[in-house]
Ligand binder design. Structure first.
Ligand SMILES: [Zn+2]
Length: 266
């Protein structure tokens, strides 16, 4: 059987039987895959410590049975030990990996999603977590999946938004003008927050340093993005309650990233 080789990020490894693992991973070229690692729990020779969640690896596999590929060997490229020593970084890494696994289609190449997750994990490993980092990741991932919310115009009539406060409803695609809103129970979000999020979408996928939001944008933007993420998932994320406990919405960042800029930069 033809072996394949790719750089991959380990999302999750679940024990299977006494010695095996079932591993979810995101490949640079092949997208989201699940693999069976025979002896993965104790085969130091074939897999070493490479099958830890959040690691980057070079993986060799062949076609397996059904949905599962058969993992042959994995070489560790980066264990990202730094992110394992800080609770907020660990919680955000677990959330990001679970979100990627639930929201991306399987077996579809997405080099951009790979770059985004790789850059996020590197940031958590080297610098630490912040609420801005979480929001940037959510916003960019939503866009890559085709779920980008309408921010600066009405999601229904595409017309301009009136007033300083705007109604936002994730189920209806985003911001709503006064004429379309109706008796909506959506979120009320300031124009400033919508503008900050829209500007973030113009930044490179891999850029996480130097972003600062004010308290209001952190709170409103966090709620808005959480509503959008929930809208496009089937079922709850196991890692979310832990993340919300460790890094509550709208709180100042745990580890500020050096390179201070003004509010809502760049
Ligand atoms: Zn409208």
């Amino acid at each position: 059987m033809q072996p394949h080789s790719s750089e991959a990020i380990v999302l999750k490894a679940v024990p299977h039987g006494e010695s095996n693992l079932v591993v979810s991973f995101l490949c640079r070229e092949q997208g989201l895959l699940r693999g069976f690692a025979p002896g993965g729990r104790n085969s130091r020779k074939r897999f070493g410590p490479a099958l830890e969640s959040f690691s980057s690896i070079q993986l060799i596999w062949t076609a397996g049975r059904g949905d599962l590929v058969l993992m042959k060997e994995a070489d560790l490229l980066d264990l990202r030990t730094g992110l394992r020593t800080r609770l907020p970084s660990l919680a955000l890494a677990a959330y990001a990996c679970e979100l990627v696994e639930k929201i991306l289609p399987h077996h579809e190449a997405s080099p951009e999603a790979f770059l985004l997750l790789h850059s996020l994990l590197d940031t958590l490993n080297l610098t630490g977590a912040s609420f801005e980092v979480r929001m940037l990741f959510e916003l960019r991932l939503l866009r890559l999946c085709g779920y980008e919310p309408h921010l600066l115009h009405c999601s229904e009539c595409l017309g301009p938004l009136g007033g300083e406060m705007v109604l936002f409803e994730a189920m209806r695609g985003g911001s709503l003008c006064g004429g379309c809103a109706g008796p909506s129970a959506g979120l009320r979000v300031s124009r400033g927050t919508l503008g900050s999020l829209a500007r973030c979408l113009h930044s490179p996928l891999e850029a996480f340093a130097g972003f600062r939001f004010g308290a209001r944008s952190l709170s409103e933007g966090g709620s808005l993005l959480s509503a959008c993420v929930r809208e496009h998932l089937h079922g709850a994320l196991k890692s979310l309650s832990f993340l919300d406990k460790v890094m509550p919405a709208g709180q100042p960042a745990e580890a500020r990233i050096p390179g201070v800029r003004g509010d809502e930069s760049p």
